[in-house]
Design a protein. Structure first.
Length: 481
């Protein structure tokens, strides 16, 4: 089972606060949903299977943090998580992705996640094995098999001195072999020390590695075969009973990383990994369905027909998955009863009530996210661990340039972002990417050719100077993401 931290709802909200500004109601809902999973798994076994998750529907304009909340929640829970877009799916019978593929994608991700964790646990042993393989390439061990021979034919009339000489030769040969082995072992130990100290990292060696597998063939159709991983190359390769390998020249440092992964892959139990992943997907998986409003049919849409038929079909296909059904994957059957579904949409044109009633009932918790204002932008630029201001600091820090901001500069950036959102389409916090990109455009081009090192302070005057055209120009189409 996953080592999920047993955080309380208030602790979960506090963790989300490090990355997401505002949206208290949405954070509360997802925090309760996450804690309810722990409560279900620790509830009385007689009723445990009956407790189903309360799926969440997030309603709010673009760029207010809907996706970020779900992504951070999954990271916090160390749970298998995927984000899908409802508009990418089609009704069964049409060519395209069917809704069951989201469960298959989640299963694939869950298996990758569990295997990575298992490989991490055996990394020390994998490193030892990788070092031995590198040593074998640098100083091949002496092969004692087949050295010397003894004739099976004997001559009864042979002179006894020949036998004596043969015995002496054998002893000499044995001593020489033993001496060579000792020398080889001492050399290997010296090279092992150099290897561990990193002295050989730049040396080029030829390594035999497994060939990466060919792309998976995708089958689209109503037969439930989409993306079932039919890999013809792999199937034909398995008939020969051995994996294909190729020789590549690389540095010792690169070889070490590659061989550690290969050795770790050998050390883990793949059947156990699949079973653990399937259990984790079924009990802790989270599927975030974005743009769910795009498959809703607006009540003011007039005549039925056209794409509306397919949209309603997608809703009908989605219903059993969200309600709880069994999906066939290439690793086995996956039950969706306890997977948490988080729906998300702006609902500008359609309303949540335009979804079919059965699907509405499967998203009982509805949370409205607020539009972001100037004060929110100021907080987003200054508070989170991954704030854009800190990201640009880190990028220019790699060039030897130290960046700092005055408080007035950050406030001016927030004001301009809010103003542009009002003048053009409101794209929420994504507008900050446009603003910051325009602010640093000149500086990023000048470093390191014109500016090689030093400290730069971004103040209000510099912000106004760089972004003046962005605010004044009414034709802002080039700045819309």
């Amino acid at each position: 089972m996953s080592k999920t931290p047993h955080l309380t709802p208030q602790q979960i909200v506090a963790e989300l606060d490090h990355y997401i500004i505002g949206q208290k109601a949405a954070k509360r809902s997802v925090a309760i949903a996450l804690r309810n999973r722990w409560r279900r798994m620790n509830a009385d076994p007689s009723i445990r299977e009956e407790i189903v998750p309360n799926n969440i529907l997030m309603i709010g304009p673009t760029g207010v943090g809907k996706t970020e909340i779900a992504r951070r929640l999954a990271k916090l829970a160390m749970a298998p998580f995927i984000k899908v877009e409802a508009s990418k799916f089609t009704e069964v019978g049409y060519v395209g992705r069917d809704v069951e593929s989201m469960v298959r994608d989640l299963t694939e991700y869950g298996i990758t996640m569990v295997k990575s964790e298992m490989q991490e646990r055996v990394k020390t042993k994998a490193l030892e094995n990788a070092q031995e393989r590198i040593l074998d390439i640098l100083i091949p061990p002496i092969n004692t098999k087949g050295l010397g021979f003894q004739s099976s034919r004997t001559n009864s009339n042979a002179d006894s001195s020949i036998a004596t000489n043969h015995s002496a030769t054998e002893s000499l040969h044995s001593a020489t072999t033993h001496s060579d082995e000792e020398l080889n072992q001492r050399t290997r130990e010296r090279f092992r020390e150099k290897l561990l100290a990193g002295e050989l990292d730049d040396r080029k060696i030829e390594v035999e590695v497994k060939k990466s597998s060919s792309p998976t063939m995708q089958v689209f159709g109503p037969g439930g075969m989409e993306e079932m991983g039919i890999n013809l190359q792999e199937m034909l390769g398995n008939l020969s009973g051995k994996a294909k390998t190729s020789k590549r020249k690389m540095s010792v440092a690169e070889a070490r990383e590659l061989l550690i992964d290969e050795e770790a892959e050998k050390l883990i139990n793949h059947d156990e990994a699949i079973q653990e992943a399937l259990e984790r997907v079924q009990k802790q998986g989270i599927i975030f369905i974005d743009e769910i409003d795009k498959i809703a049919v607006s009540s003011s849409g007039g005549a039925k027909g056209g794409p509306d038929v397919s949209r309603q079909g997608v809703q009908r296909d989605l219903l059993p998955i969200v309600e709880g059904s069994t999906v066939n994957t290439k690793y086995g059957l996956v039950k969706t009863d306890h997977i948490l579904f988080i729906g998300s949409g702006a609902f500008h044109v359609a309303k949540p009530s335009d979804l079919i009633p059965e699907l509405q009932g499967r998203f009982p918790i509805r949370v409205e996210l607020n539009s972001l204002n100037e004060e929110d932008f100021y907080s987003i630029l200054s508070e989170p661990k991954n704030a854009l201001t800190k990201q640009y600091e880190a990028m220019l820090g790699a060039e030897g340039i130290t960046i700092s901001y005055t408080d007035e500069a950050i406030r001016e950036l927030a004001r301009i972002a809010a103003e542009v959102n009002l003048q053009v389409e409101n794209i929420g916090a994504r507008r900050l990417h446009t603003v910051m990109s325009s602010l640093f455009d000149e500086l990023l081009f000048a470093v390191p050719d014109d500016i090689k090192e030093g400290e730069i302070t971004i103040d209000k005057h510099y912000v106004s100077q760089q972004l003046e055209s962005l605010v004044k120009d009414k034709d802002l189409s080039q700045y819309i993401l």
